[in-house]
Design a protein around this ligand. Structure first.
Ligand code: HEM
Length: 118
């Protein structure tokens, strides 16, 4: 089977999902205030690189590790869930099949302890 990266449709498809995802976050009253001071173009680039690299693409993620990136924010479990929901809505919008969604979302669970409450 091709790498997840190929099955998702490569960089153009991942970029489209990230744009939609960040748009969902911006419209999500549960969490959008968290991103008030964030450079959104930079965040999108980081997310494309992170997802590209994690799914077997040629991108290299050069951003901070998850604990450093979210340190001091004291992100709650509810906020983490909200963000994942915004991602799933983006994946559904582009009709990414369940198998690929699970392969993409599965690796997020182990990141939770580096993001929530730190
Ligand atoms: C699966 C969960 C998550 C992943 C994979 C993730 C990924 C990332 C990445 C790659 C960056 C960029 C790091 C850098 O620029 O070096 C980032 C930054 C950021 N994340 Fe997350 N994140 C997650 C959850 C969350 C949640 C739940 C929130 C808040 C509700 C959040 C808020 C932020 C903010 C505000 C920044 C920008 C920090 C800054 O501007 O310095 N993240 N995240």
């Amino acid at each position: 089977m091709p790498a997840l990266y190929e099955r998702l449709g490569g960089k153009p498809a991942i970029t489209a999902v990230v744009d939609e995802f960040v748009g969902n976050v911006a419209a999500d009253a549960r969490i959008h205030q968290r991103f008030g001071k964030t450079d959104i173009a930079h965040l999108k680039r980081m997310l494309v690189d992170q997802i590209g690299s994690a799914s077997g693409g040629p991108e290299k993620y050069m951003g901070r590790d998850m604990r450093s990136a979210h340190r001091g924010m004291k992100i709650t479990e509810g906020e983490f869930t909200a963000l994942v929901e915004d991602l799933v809505r983006a994946l559904n919008k582009f009709q990414v099949p369940a198998r690929e969604q699970n392969e993409l979302i599965g690796p997020l669970a182990p990141m939770k302890s580096d993001i929530v409450g730190v």
